[in-house]
Design a protein around this ligand. Structure first.
Ligand SMILES: C[S@@+](CC[C@H](N)C(=O)[O-])C[C@H]1O[C@@H](n2cnc3c(N)ncnc32)[C@H](O)[C@@H]1O
Length: 209
């Protein structure tokens, strides 16, 4: 890994999608925004229904949505520009690669992962984003006191999330703030409409982690 990439700050008019000049050099996330502010990242942001609204409500923070599907990340761009957001950017890339290779260590105050693909079949579970390796990736990019917020409709995946974060002694379980829990995602609204239960958990880095 070399020095940070040089990227232009966003204006309300230009695309909110980050064109990565290289995928082997780390980003300087604060270069992506007009103002240096605390950074929060959503992994697998889908159509950006959550992150665009959250960024609108929290102009004092910067946000990056990560999504691998072009059609979905294009919606982040459209929504963010329609709202005139300068504190939101989108990156089309695989989430764990983004954490491991593109974000600088200790650069993120919160990670949001909402309804990641559950891969319900046993033989496919190795594709899950949150696995035994994941807490170490999250720990590396989070600032001291950084938090990871999780939601899923899948009981087995929720148990796995609780297990892997419970086993990492640098994190402890905390409450999800009510105003955050009330801000639903696109998939969550579908699940709610169908009466499917959803589960929340949040883990914070302990001070000495
Ligand atoms: C079930 S959807 C949930 C979308 C959104 N978080 C919501 O709750 O409405 C999962 C999203 O994560 C994206 N995704 C899945 N695995 C990913 C990965 N490894 N890296 C980046 N995006 C991923 C999918 O393309 C999809 O848009």
């Amino acid at each position: 890994m070399g020095d940070s990439m040089h990227t232009k700050p966003a204006s309300a008019q230009s695309s909110l999608l980050v064109e990565l000049p290289s995928i082997i050099e780390r980003l300087d996330p604060q270069n992506l925004f007009p103002r240096p502010q605390p950074l929060e990242v959503e992994l697998g942001c889908g159509d950006a229904s959550f992150i665009a609204e959250y960024a609108r409500l929290q102009p004092e923070k910067n946000f990056i949505g990560v999504e691998r599907l072009l059609g979905r990340i294009a919606k982040l761009d459209r929504k963010g520009r329609r709202l005139g957001l300068t504190n939101l950017r989108g990156v089309r890339i695989e989430s764990s690669y983004f954490l491991e290779w593109l974000l600088p260590p200790r650069s993120v105050s919160a990670l949001h992962i909402y309804f990641p693909d559950p891969w319900p079949k046993k033989k496919h579970r190795r594709h899950r984003l949150i696995n035994e390796r994941f807490p170490a990736l999250a720990r590396k990019v989070l600032l001291p006191d950084g938090i990871i917020f999780l939601r899923t409709d899948d009981a087995d995946y929720f148990a796995q999330m609780r297990e892997v974060f419970g086993a990492d002694k640098s994190f402890h379980l905390v409450e999800t703030p009510k105003e955050l829990a009330e801000l639903t995602t696109d998939f969550e609204r579908d699940f709610n409409a169908q009466g499917i239960a959803t589960r929340h958990a949040a883990y914070q880095l302990k001070p000495a982690a």
